[in-house]
Design a protein around this ligand. Sequence first.
Ligand SMILES: [Zn+2]
Length: 261
Amino acid sequence: MANLAPVLILPLFYKFTPLPEGELTQRLIALAERANTRVRGVFTMHLSSKTTAANAAVMGLGNTRRIVLGDTMLDRYTPDEIEVVLAHELGHHVHRDIWKLIISQSLLTLAGLYLINVGLHWAVETQHYYASLADAGTLPFVFLLTAIFGLIVMPIGNGYSRLLEDQADEYALQATRKVEAFKRAMTRLANQNLAEVEPSALVEFLFHSHPSVRKRLKHADEFAARHDLKASISEESSAPASSTEPAGMPSNGSSTPDTAH
Ligand SMILES: [Zn+2]
């Protein structure tokens, strides 16, 4: 499914256009190759009719894997900024984060079902609140236990996700060493995707799957200090990528937007 989706299903919902060969496509493909990720090319996805959120992603598996840029990103971000955002996504691929999330969530769900089972046995067999385990009257109690477990586990899942995001940021910084572009891209993404720049510590701890922008910028500064980089603005232009690479002929390609990771 993950293999076919970019080719068969996503074109039904989004319009894909191959990005013409050029400096940006070469840079993005080189970046993917350095991450040992073979891609079939670079495509743009027509998102602007549906959202103003910007995104870049690696989609598909095996021989359908491709780099996809939202037109919302291509129009407004410089090539350096796009490179950094894609490098972050490649970091997730290199670290196999999808698998880590699937496995960790499966384990948490399993643990949750086990604990709910224990709670239910306690309520029926020790406390005699209900006639039997099969009593439909136990359902509200089961829902209550599920809700409590969810509240306890949510910050754990989000904390793990923030750790993976932080590692993907580190990968992006190492792969590109473009600290200033990273900081600009993160700030712009947050503004465009309407993220809170500095949530309260508690709100971030409980609800946020991504580190706050302030923390990501700090990470970039620490990276620069660690590697003695004077955030080089040298080779970075401020023109949006689309002005250096006109969009090609429309055609149908494929894939879903992987919400700004
Ligand atoms: Zn991410």
